[in-house]
Design a protein around this ligand. Sequence first.
Ligand code: HEM
Length: 210
Amino acid sequence: MAAFLTNIRYVAWSALGVAALFLIYMALSVADYPFGDRVFWEAALRWTHVLCGIMWIGHLYYFNFTQIPNMPKIPEEHRAPAIAKVIAPAALYWFRWGAMLTLITGVLLAWNQGYLLQAYTLGAADDPAFSAPKNVFIGIGMWLATIMWFNVWFIIWPNQQKALNINNQYPDLAADVKAASAKTAMLFSRTNTFLSVPMLVAMTGASTLF
Ligand code: HEM
């Protein structure tokens, strides 16, 4: 058992397998939706969307609530070899790919429910006679999360690559340029932490309030 639990790959893949079988059994046998039914895919997409969202926002909160505030307490000589060279690059990997998969599953979820365009246009693509407040509400959440995704891929990640010299891509960068990149990444990461809270009101409230 210890051999299984000490290997994160075994744990992650088997958890995904058990969860998928559980979903398929509940949807097809107990709830009696045929395979390929829109509701079956909605359930599958909601599950994978929230799972990927946890991977992304979990790392965002790790950076903002754990790593950044505690960096000054780590002796200078340990910071670069442990955090900058090992922990932060690994965390950034799960962080940015979590963001990408959250966006993809979120877009598919909206598309599967038939309101992707209506939501992204904040209801403007609706027939005014049938304009649904839910589309505006979830659309605001989708825009907040899409802005956050943009910040991750096009501001935080490129600046962290410079600040931490990930994969030795920027070996000759001056110290002040590195510091400026680290500051930009931190400010946008903090902005995303702020945006994540109202964004989640829209995500979780859309199917509750409307
Ligand atoms: C990146 C862009 C994102 C898009 C396009 C998106 C899209 C959506 C859509 C369309 C729904 C279904 C709403 C409904 O009909 O009830 C949803 C639900 C949800 N989303 Fe997102 N989302 C995004 C990011 C996120 C993030 C970052 C999180 C963080 C964890 C998240 C967490 C959730 C949760 C918890 C639900 C509710 C699931 C449920 O009620 O069953 N989403 N999202």
